[in-house]
Design a protein around this ligand. Structure first.
Ligand code: NI
Length: 187
C-alpha cells in the first residue's frame, strides 16, 4: 500500500479522456488499494485514476452515512446517466472542491440524481441509483474520466474566480503535484 502523489490542474492526463480497463488482475487490485489509501489521506470523498497520473477509467469513493451505496466503492469503466439539473445559478451549499484544484471551492449546479453502471474490482457489472451529494460525487468523478475538472463547468462569476485562483497558485502547467499526509503543496 502506498500514498500516491496527486497531480494538479495543468497536468495533461487530467485534461484528456481516460482509457478503458481491460485487465482485472492483481496489479489493478494493488492500484485500487493505493487509490483508497490516497483518497483517505488527502482526505477526499472521491478520487479518479487520472488524478494520480494514471489515464484509466477508474474512480473510488469514500463517503459514509448513506443508504443508497456502500461507504466506499470503486467504479471501473463506468457509465453515468443524469437527470436534468434544476435551472438557475448555483446556490449556497453547492460548493465543490477537487484534490487536483486543492484548497479552492466554487459553486456548481449539478443534477440531483444519477444512475451509475460500472464494473467492480472483479469485473462484475453493477448498477447504483444515486441522489443528492452522492450523485454530485458521481458526476464529479465521472467527469475526471472524460478529461473534465469541475472548474471547467463553472459559470460566471465562479468561473472567473477559478481562473484567478489558478493564476494565483501558479497552476495550469504540467508537472505539479502534491503528496497527501506528507507535505503541503509543493512546486
Ligand atoms: Ni476532483
Amino acid at each position: 500500500m502506498a500514498i500516491l502523489p496527486i497531480v494538479i490542474s495543468g497536468e495533461p492526463v487530467l485534461h484528456r479522456p481516460a482509457e478503458p480497463v481491460t485487465e482485472f488482475d492483481a496489479e489493478l487490485r494493488a492500484f485500487i488499494d493505493d487509490m483508497f489509501e490516497t483518497c483517505e489521506a488527502a482526505p477526499g470523498v472521491g478520487l479518479a485514476a487520472p488524478q494520480v497520473g494514471v489515464g484509466k477509467r477508474i474512480f473510488v469513493w469514500m463517503y459514509g452515512d448513506q443508504d443508497e451505496a456502500p461507504e466506499r466503492g470503486v467504479a471501473i469503466n463506468p457509465m453515468l446517466w443524469i437527470s436534468p439539473p434544476e435551472p438557475g445559478l448555483p446556490e449556497e451549499g453547492e460548493e465543490e472542491g477537487c484534490l487536483s484544484f486543492p484548497g479552492e471551492r466554487f459553486a456548481l449546479r449539478r443534477s440531483a440524481r444519477a444512475l451509475l453502471r460500472a464494473q467492480d474490482i472483479d469485473g462484475n457489472h453493477y448498477e447504483l441509483e444515486t441522489s443528492g451529494w452522492f450523485a454530485r460525487i458521481m458526476q464529479h468523478e465521472y467527469d475526471h474520466l472524460n478529461g473534465l475538472l469541475y472548474v471547467d463547468r463553472l459559470v460566471h462569476p465562479e468561473s472567473r474566480g477559478a481562473q484567478k485562483a489558478e493564476r494565483k497558485n501558479g497552476w495550469g502547467t504540467p508537472g505539479l503535484s502534491w503528496l497527501p499526509g506528507v507535505a503541503d503543496l509543493e512546486g
